[in-house]
Design a protein around this ligand. Structure first.
Ligand SMILES: *Cc1c(COP(=O)(O)O)cnc(C)c1O
Length: 835
């Protein structure tokens, strides 16, 4: 075991000598007999001493735990070395995110430690199948969708690039709900990933911070000195740290994901308990612990608003206290904080960091306001993820006053200092209203985006278009006041998970053709271009894809009972269900196609399988009705003998990271059809293109940059541009049915006539009514262009060689969308840390 560890993990002192074992030009190290044996012994030891069972009685879950613990050990030495480096004074990135959509960790860790083959052999020797126990691991679903998944990709990428970093968030006991379909309707069930031991985390019971709420503020005026303020809170909650090691590529560096769990300061009120009130004695505890109980289900709901604000403050405060404690311990003087830490706020959920950092520095550490402000604004940075007005976070002043009275004062003061120069130069009142942190247009609200903007060193958008629109719309006036603060950082994905691990078949083909270097350098994918026209290579490319499609067909049959033909075109629409993502547009095209096939059954039709997956926010009724529509359409289409074999529709339940990993390698066509101007970036689009799917999409988010990379002949672009959407809307055309084409009109009338819901013909009236009266998402406006473009897709599909060429070129040309590139840009332009 000893020799195993050392050969795998180079010690920092001898990094240069140890490095050759991983040189990119060398093939992956085969698992030698002794390595496998050592690993087998390690698994057996874990099974006995940590799980407390023996091979004869071990369940698959026991094997999973023992294997995970054995793998985790392999990362520990490097974790300690990395921590040592972090202590040494290197600048650290602190990534604050209310969501980390991680998925499973076993494959990730095995892959990054290059231990997959070794583990497979070791387990096989024990009569255990690695793939079976991999499937046992629950998904860590501490996020809703793209924003949380981005945080997870960034954590992996920072570890791989050896950027010292902490991820900070909440250890939700229940992550995103599990989705089941009952009669085609979404049902939400609680998710319980922590019901059994989580082998990856370490509870730091002694790493605890107090987070407080409510109460009032005391003032201490002093002559000749600024008034001091002290917050006298009414309620205290403890934040307990749980650390998970994040292992970078080839185990070179290991960072920490630190998630906070809420604990009551007093476990129970003993007096109440002894006097017989057993439930009441635990009430405070239940209230405190509710903070880390569940992931907030989405950004559309009104319910649980206060709990949400408590969650945001809870993790922001604990993380800042942790950061300041570490800084003080290592460096003493807080004035050097910006030299040793860069904080990235993932959206506005942690925007209270601006006020809380000021409170900690001024009230608790007694720094002068101006010094504290200089420190805060050199340390904090903010990533914006949405321009949609309803999704821009704002909190009622009254709630803030009650829960965080001192923070509200600080926010007012920040706002005053920000507005005062404008007032002094008698700026236009409309301008002042527009840039104020307090929105007074209807009631009084704190605008979290404005707060984050004003407190940040850099503010970034997540694709070129999104950043442009940020400058022109929501932050137009702030951008004029603080020119140069807004920068673009187009999102990326980690190729380790979304190519190497999700698609071993394609990865093997790539390493055979391009060498192992392609695993280390996504830029090397470009060398695939020269094989795009090579018919022998195309055959291998296709056969690798067809294996993935066969696996997906099997999964579809297992989970839905629908038989699909692996040689059909797999047309994939997987993402959160949201009106702006326009699953409805896709379903309407299905309806139109179904109708077309039925009216000309003798014609040649390209066999297609439409696959949908995605969750709707529990309170988002219209999105849930769209899920029902997809399922109703599927039921009719799939059982129609006239259509037989030419069109199938599938809705796969419970979309999550693991399901994405199985679907993506099997996708021929990637649906990225949001209303232009509404998808900030998208990352699903990148995952699918990387795995060789051709995109059908609008000029929205990162689709625009994907088109630039893959070339416009290798992507299907349709629909209005963001600018055209604006013009269309200004002209009121989205309220005008007169422009509907016959084909669209016909699809709509089939639905309204109950063709897909004979049991309840009016089921979809509200959807149809919305389209006819105010087509906010331009479903009607883009339909004809979408339909025509789908027919171009059909044409290309009928030329297998041309299709494969385009598919290979997609894989070859999207190396730029590696999260490593994104992280390098953040490191250079925003964080100023070396990479
Ligand atoms: C990548 C990913 C997303 C984001 O998908 P988009 O298509 O960019 O919206 C959401 N959920 C999961 C599970 C993902 O893996």
């Amino acid at each position: 075991m000893e020799s195993f560890d050392q050969s795998l993990v180079p010690s920092s002192a001898h990094q240069d000598e140890a490095e050759p074992a991983y040189r990119a030009s060398e093939p992956a190290r085969p698992a030698s007999g002794t390595e496998t044996e050592a690993f087998q012994q390690a698994i057996l030891a874990k099974l006995t001493y940590d799980v407390g069972t023996d091979p004869a009685h071990a369940t698959d879950h026991d094997w999973f735990t023992a294997t995970a613990l054995a793998v985790r050990d392999r990362a520990m030495d490097r974790w300690m070395v990395s921590k040592g480096r972090n202590q040494a004074g290197d600048k650290q990135v602190c990534y604050f995110s209310l969501e980390f959509l991680i998925g499973r960790l076993l494959s990730d860790t095995l892959n990054n430690l290059r231990l997959t083959d070794c583990a497979r052999d070791a387990l096989a020797g024990l009569g255990v199948d690695l793939d079976r126990i991999r499937a046992i691991e629950p998904d860590a679903a501490l996020g809703n969708g793209g924003l949380g998944r981005l945080a997870a990709c960034f954590m992996e990428s920072m570890a791989s690039l050896e950027v010292p970093a902490y991820g900070y968030g909440i250890r939700y006991e229940h992550g995103l709900f599990r989705q089941e379909l009952r009669d085609g309707w979404q049902q939400e069930l609680p998710e319980d990933w922590l019901i059994r031991e989580n082998p990856w985390e370490f509870e730091r019971s002694d790493l605890v911070y107090r987070v407080t709420f409510g109460g009032f503020v005391e003032e201490f005026p002093a002559s000749g000195r600024p008034t001091r303020f002290a917050w006298k809170p009414a309620e205290t909650v403890q934040a307990v740290a749980f650390d998970t090691p994040v292992v970078g590529w080839r185990g070179r560096h290991v960072n920490t994901l630190r998630l906070w769990s809420a604990r009551a300061a007093e476990p129970l009120r003993l007096d109440a308990f002894n006097s017989g009130d057993h439930v009441g004695a635990l009430a405070d505890r239940a209230r405190a612990e509710a903070i880390s109980r569940v992931l907030y289900p989405g950004d559309e709901t009104e319910a649980g608003r206060e709990l949400r604000l408590r969650q945001e403050f809870f993790f922001t405060s604990a993380s800042l206290q942790d950061l300041l404690a570490r800084h003080t311990r290592l460096h003493g003087d807080l004035h050097t904080l910006p030299d040793h830490a860069a904080i990235q706020l993932n959206d506005t959920h942690p925007a209270l960091a601006v006020a809380e950092l000021m409170r900690l520095l001024v009230d608790e550490r007694h720094l002068a306001w101006d010094d504290a402000w200089a420190i805060a604004t050199r340390t904090l940075n903010y990533t914006n993820h949405t321009l949609m007005p309803e999704a821009l976070e704002r909190w009622p002043v009254s709630l803030m006053e009650q829960l965080l009275p001192r923070h509200l004062q600080i926010i007012y003061h920040i706002n005053w200092l920000h507005l005062e120069p404008l007032i002094r130069r008698s700026a236009d009142i409309e301008l002042i209203k527009a840039v104020s942190v307090i929105d007074e247009s209807q009631g009084r609200y704190v605008r979290m985006g404005h707060l984050a903007f004003i407190g940040a060193h850099k503010v970034n958008g997540v694709s070129a278009l999104h950043t442009d629109l940020m400058r022109q719309t929501v932050f137009r006036d702030l951008n004029a006041l603080y020119p140069g603060r807004i920068v673009n950082k187009t999102n990326g994905i980690t190729f380790r998970r979304w190519l190497h691990q999700a698609n071993p078949q394609l990865t093997q083909l790539l390493t055979q053709e391009l060498g192992e270097a392609v695993l280390d350098d996504p830029g090397a994918l470009i060398k695939l271009e020269r094989l795009a026209d090579d018919s022998a290579f195309q055959d291998r490319f296709r056969s690798q894809r067809s294996a993935s499609k066969i696996s997906l067909a099997k999964l579809v049959a297992d989970r839905t009972g629908v038989q699909i033909d692996p040689s059909a075109l797999f047309d994939i629409h997987i993402k959160r269900i949201h009106e702006y993502k326009r699953q409805l547009l896709n379903i309407l095209e299905v309806v139109a196609l179904y109708d077309a096939i039925r009216s000309e059954p003798g014609r040649h039709w390209v066999p297609r399988v439409k696959i949908f997956a995605g969750k709707a926010a529990a309170s988002y009724h219209r999105a849930k009705l769209i899920i029902k529509l997809a399922n109703d359409v599927a039921k009719i289409v799939n059982s129609d003998p006239v259509v037989a074999g030419r069109l199938k529709v599938v809705f796969l339940p419970n979309y999550n990271v693991s399901l994405a990993e199985t679907i993506i390698p099997a996708a021929d066509l990637s649906e990225q059809i949001s209303t232009a101007g509404m998808e900030a970036s998208g990352t699903g689009n990148m995952k699918l293109a990387l795995n060789g799917a051709l995109t059908i999409g609008t000029l929205d988010g990162a689709n625009i940059e994907i088109r630039e990379c893959v070339g416009e002949e290798n992507i299907f672009i349709f629909g209005m541009t963001a600018e055209e959407v604006e013009t269309y809307r200004k002209a009121g055309l989205h309220r005008d049915r007169a422009g509907w084409s016959a084909r669209f009109e016909n699809a709509i009338s089939l639905i309204s006539a109950g063709a897909f819901s004979p049991d309840d013909p009016h089921r979809f009236d509200s959807l149809i009514h919305a389209l006819s009266s105010d087509d906010t998402f331009m479903v009607a406006g883009d339909f004809d262009s979408y339909w025509a473009t789908q027919r171009r897709v059909d044409e290309l599909w009928q030329e297998p060689s041309a299709w494969s060429r385009a598919s290979v070129l997609n894989t070859a040309r999207v190396g730029w969308f590696s999260a490593d590139r994104t992280i390098r840009e953040y490191a250079d332009d925003i964080w100023k840390v070396p990479v």
